[in-house]
Design a protein around this ligand. Structure first.
Ligand SMILES: Nc1ncnc2c1ncn2[C@@H]1O[C@H](COP(=O)(O)OP(=O)(O)O)[C@@H](O)[C@H]1O
Ligand SMILES: [Mg+2]
Length: 122
């Protein structure tokens, strides 16, 4: 049996394929986003979620945040523990975009399938 190359199973984004990927953009930077200076993949909520893989942990966290912000419980403090590059800032950006509500949830890929405890009208 021949094993397929991983690139055929998980096709990399165009910037990686075209070798225009900027290493400086690898680490997500929440202050850049807050100042409106980040690249569109981080700045624009819709593009951000289109490139985000919502892990089980992230879905639980977003659910907890929505509960907390709406006064329905949830954890007021959540400790994010991963090594460098594990997705802490990316997760905080997901919370930021969701809470800011610049775009409706229907335009945030993957978010509407999370069974958020309360309906978020964003
Ligand atoms: N769930 C995810 N879906 C898509 N990309 C992710 C995800 N988590 C992290 N990344 C990307 O991986 C890289 C490293 O994540 P980052 O949040 O900067 O790590 P940390 O803050 O833990 O050091 C960033 O480019 C980030 O956008
Ligand atoms: Mg970080």
């Amino acid at each position: 049996m021949t094993i397929k190359p991983w690139r055929e199973i998980a096709v990399p984004h165009q910037d990686v394929l075209k070798d225009t990927f900027q290493e400086s953009e690898f680490a997500a930077d929440i202050s850049q986003v807050h100042q409106g200076k980040a690249t569109p993949e981080y700045q624009d909520a819709s593009q951000f979620f289109a490139r985000t893989y919502i892990t089980e942990g992230m879905a639980l966290l977003l659910d907890s945040v929505v509960k907390c912000l709406s006064g329905h419980g949830g954890d007021p403090v959540i400790q994010l523990q991963t090594a460098f590059g594990g997705g802490k800032t990316h997760t905080m950006l997901a919370v930021y975009h969701l809470a800011k509500g610049e775009r409706p949830v229907s335009e945030l890929s993957g978010v509407s399938v999370i069974r958020l405890y309360v309906k978020y009208s964003g």
